[in-house]
Design a protein around this ligand. Structure first.
Ligand code: DX5
Ligand code: ZN
Length: 224
């Protein structure tokens, strides 16, 4: 069944702990944490201390999306802080196979991310190593952007490869997901759905989470 991963980038940072606890109470099992360094992407966000503090208040899986130029240097520090899944961009990893294996040897699940302009084909030779693949459906850096439709083709292509090779990794999507398009991405083959503004920029984030999960589960039930 698909999982909805609220992205705290759009949360109210003054009430972050409360918002995370409320989502967990609503049945949320995974949360997405965006790390930006102002170099790989033109924005700055959180670092290890925030993850370490949040780790103390929740058992949810931490899906840590590293939008930084030197993931090899920082991945172990984020794992130490409490990251369960560490996601690195293909565009920042000249030795991607080595980086993924390093993350796994440090005790986390290794995910790889591709930008909208990066083809699925570049991942072909690491698909048997990865624990998840995230298809960016916006250009990374900011919440609240519009979904890029070609991402659906990329997800279908990836789902095809996955079937062809008999692999099990979940396909994840990040950027511009709303109540209107969540069913489309599930039907294309997505299992982990990241959603920031469409959950946190509402009056009741736990209710928005539940509604999105309901739509995703309904779409999965009729997926062929
Ligand atoms: C963007 C981040 C996303 C962001 C998504 O670079 O990777 O995780 O929070 O936000 P929405 O869901 O608002 O597009
Ligand atoms: Zn993200």
């Amino acid at each position: 069944m698909p999982e909805i991963l609220p992205s705290i980038l759009s949360a109210d940072f003054a009430r972050l702990g409360d918002q995370i606890e409320a989502l967990e109470a609503a049945g949320c099992r995974m949360v997405h944490l965006d790390v930006m360094d102002g170099h790989f992407v033109p924005n700055l966000t959180i670092g290890p201390p925030v993850i370490e503090s949040l780790r103390k208040i929740t058992k949810m899986t931490f899906d840590v999306h590293l939008m930084i130029t030197d993931p090899d240097r920082y991945a172990p520090i984020f794992i130490q802080a409490g990251a369960n899944n560490v996601l690195v961009h293909q565009e920042t990893c000249p030795h991607l196979d080595r980086t993924l294996r390093m993350i796994q040897s440090e005790g986390a699940r290794a995910g790889v991310v591709i930008n909208p302009a990066t083809p699925v084909a570049v991942l072909e030779d690491v698909l048997d190593v990865v624990d998840s693949v995230l298809v960016m459906s916006v250009n990374p850096g900011f919440g609240g952007q519009r979904f890029i439709k070609n991402s659906l083709n990329k997800v279908r292509r990836l789902a095809m490869r996955k079937r062809e090779f008999g692999l099990q990794f979940p396909i994840e999507i990040d950027g511009g997901i709303t109540l209107e398009n969540v069913a489309d991405v599930v039907r294309a083959g997505v299992e982990w759905i990241v959603a920031g503004s469409s959950i946190f920029h509402t009056v009741n984030p736990p209710a928005a989470f539940k509604e999105m999960r309901r739509l995703a589960h309904d779409a999965a039930a009729i997926r062929v």
